[in-house]
Write a protein that binds this ligand. Structure first.
Ligand SMILES: Cc1cc2nc3c(=O)[nH]c(=O)nc-3n(C[C@H](O)[C@H](O)[C@H](O)COP(=O)(O)O)c2cc1C
Ligand code: SF4
Length: 636
């Protein structure tokens, strides 16, 4: 496959992303290590994202790369060399956020084609003068020169996701009456100018790509047909070497697990007829079968994924070798990769670590100075902590692992989480663990309560017994956990449902709401917190609110339950105690989680995951991994 003059080793691309491995606008040593690891994973082209061309496009924390800043040059060169070290082509995406500030504080005023308020700021951006558009094109030229000098073979122009160049393309963000606004040929002009500038800056040997995104099917959105028309103008004025087509604007462009199928798969044929340019198709390609379909059907020339490679840096090699079963899957949870605390991490991949740490920091709990030893290990509990422990330990030679699980299936809390509407993505992870357990020959005993006999021959015991929700304080109410296990039975004959959240706005309460709505019932959500769904990733929240639009859901913030009788839930506002009555034939009460009691608390053992303190899956997996690695190489 060739794009521009560049021959690629296959058709799999790591699409633009960055993990904030940047200090004061310059890629740091950790950045280089990250891209080096990805490059070893077999992708043909890797595109680094999060790289800005102008100072007014930078957040105050400066965790994006400043391509306009000479100080970034050594880090950029190290990044490009790291990508090429593994045989991948080195790509970098250049962008300008325009009115989209990422919601982060900025030092400089943000700018846009028109003074129209964007989705992330309460006030409109300052509109750009014509001379300033030329200055920004010049910024692109200088930045692409710096990137070409640093060794990048591909420069991709970011005209997607509602950022500056997409704002110019968009009818809803661009109300200009000059030659940059109005007709499609005018709205395409800023992008054409930037393509020309990048070509001039990067030189003839560098491949120039353009990334655009379909924003949806609403009237104000940039739709596929409109993009095709706009890009025809760009291609005529300023030919580019490949088109990267992806999905979504703010809050939607990194779809969570509710999006189970690549949204653009099967929709590109008209665009391909209109535009004669290699097509790189992206968004939610995390399953090898979808990638194969895109390539084999001719829907795309190249397929790009970001998170699949974050979750498993060897994703490309495994896809190419037909080893799909070995892929540690991205489940599209958005729980770690988009929070940059302190750098992008991954809930399912504990090898991805912040700077200075060999893996995600985690400590199993070993009371009384216990040091693990021996080769026969019994793990009690097959939730994510126990599963990660088991597959990591069993992969180390000489360690014999037995897993005891009291229920009849592996998964623990994760299985309940996966049963909520739009949350089945977690099953992919459980499928991975199941296959690994089988491949490694781990002795898994389901439906087994641990007894003294089971533990007798063990050199090491690992408690991975998880946590459970407290019983509801309201008589007759059910926990979210119990409800999600069997919503249809609990809802039989009901006409209305109330969900009492604990105020943290996390998935259990949301799952209960969505399960009741899916059963066709009206729902009232009561929460002592200030709002709904505050405890989930921001992008998941946007996508959730889209699903809930026009559904029969009433949200009562700053309100707590009092008592429930005769199909009425009596609630009170937290601030002034005003009483209200809420119709509710079924009440779900989200409870605090507490660790389960372990069967033999006096035994010397290693404790991991929720059995230590209930937290998220990311902690559970990291602790399972840490405990297994310490067992293989005992500490102290
Ligand atoms: C941590 C992270 C950072 C990202 N940064 C960028 C970026 O700088 N530029 C961009 O165009 N897309 C960015 N994306 C979007 C991805 O390129 C991709 O389009 C999106 O994640 C959907 O594809 P996926 O399902 O394969 O992850 C980012 C995604 C993630 C997860
Ligand atoms: S944190 Fe979740 S969404 Fe992000 S890469 Fe990991 S599994 Fe995928």
């Amino acid at each position: 496959m060739t794009i521009g003059g560049l021959t690629l080793r296959n058709r799999l691309v790591v699409s633009a992303h960055g993990l904030a491995t940047v200090t004061d606008g310059a890629p740091n040593a950790h950045d280089e290590a990250y891209w080096r690891r990805l490059a070893a994973g077999g992708a043909a082209l890797i595109v680094a994202g999060g790289t800005q061309v102008s100072p007014e496009s930078m957040p105050r924390n400066r965790i994006l790369t400043e391509a306009f800043n000479e100080r970034a040059a050594p880090g950029l060169a190290a990044r490009a060399a790291a990508m090429r070290s593994g045989g991948a082509a080195a790509g970098i995406q250049l962008g300008h956020l325009g009115r989209e500030t990422l919601g982060a504080g900025t030092f400089l005023p943000f700018v846009a084609p028109s003074p129209i308020t964007g989705p992330r700021e309460p006030a409109p951006a300052r509109p750009l003068g014509i001379d300033e558009i030329t200055v920004i094109a010049e910024d692109f030229r200088l930045s692409s020169r710096r990137c070409a000098d640093a060794g990048f073979e591909v420069v991709e122009i970011h005209a997607a996701h509602g950022y500056l160049l997409a704002q110019f393309l968009s009818r809803s963000a661009n109300a200009r009456r000059d030659r940059y606004g109005g007709a499609p040929a005018n709205r395409a002009r800023a992008l054409s100018q930037v393509v020309q500038a990048v070509r001039a800056g990067a030189g003839e040997d560098v491949v120039v790509g353009v990334r655009v995104s379909v924003e949806g099917d609403g009237p104000a959105h940039l739709r596929l047909e409109e993009l095709a028309e706009l890009l025809t103008h760009v291609q005529a004025e300023a030919p580019f070497d490949y088109l990267n087509l992806t999905w979504g604007d703010r809050g939607r462009y990194v779809p969570d697990m509710a999006t189970t199928h690549p949204p653009l798969l099967g929709r590109t044929h008209e665009l391909r007829d209109t535009l004669d340019v290699p097509l790189l198709l992206c968004a939610a390609f995390r399953r090898p079968a979808d990638i194969a379909e895109a390539l084999e059907s001719g829907a795309a020339d190249l397929v790009g994924s970001a998170r699949a490679h974050i979750a498993d840096p060897d994703f490309a090699t495994k896809v190419l070798d037909g080893r799909s079963d070995d892929i540690r899957p991205c489940v599209a949870c958005l729980q770690d990769c988009r929070s940059y605390e302190p750098t992008g991490l991954c809930a399912v991949n504990p090898d991805l670590a912040p700077a200075g740490s060999p893996r995600k920091p985690a400590l199993p709990w070993r009371p009384n100075g216990h040091r693990p030893q021996g080769s026969r290990v019994v793990v009690v509990g097959a939730g994510p902590a126990g599963l990660e422990f088991a597959v990591t330990a069993a992969a180390r030679s000489g360690i014999e692992v037995t897993v005891l699980e009291q229920s009849d299936r592996i998964g623990g809390q994760l299985r309940i989480a996966a049963s909520a509407p739009h949350r089945a993505g977690w099953s992919d992870l459980l499928g991975y663990y199941q296959r690994r357990l089988e491949a490694l020959g781990v002795d898994v005993r389901l439906g087994t309560e641990a007894t003294e006999d089971d533990l007798a021959g063990a050199d090491e015991i690992v408690w991975a017994t998880g946590a459970r929700e407290n019983p509801p304080s309201l008589d007759g109410a059910v926990t979210a956990e119990a409800f999600l296990r069997n919503p249809s039975e609990l809802l039989a004959g009901a006409d209305s449902v109330a969900v009492c959240d604990d105020g943290f706005g996390s998935w259990p309460g949301i799952g209960a709401v969505e399960a009741a709505l899916a059963a066709g019932l009206p729902v009232t959500l009561v929460t002592p917190g200030t709002g709904f769904a505050g405890g989930i990733p921001a992008e998941s929240r946007t996508q959730l609110l889209e699903r809930l639009t026009r559904r029969p859901l009433e949200v009562r913030p700053l309100t707590g339950p009092d008592r429930w009788s005769d199909g009425v839930l009596h609630v009170r506002t937290v601030l002034d105690g005003t009483a209200h009555a809420v119709p509710a034939d079924v009440v779900v009460q989200v409870g605090t989680r507490h660790p389960n009691e372990v069967p033999f608390p006096g035994r010397t053992a290693t404790w991991i995951g929720d059995s230590v303190a209930p937290r998220g899956v990311s902690h559970a997996i990291a602790e399972g991994r840490a405990a297994a690695e310490e067992l293989a190489a005992p500490i102290g």
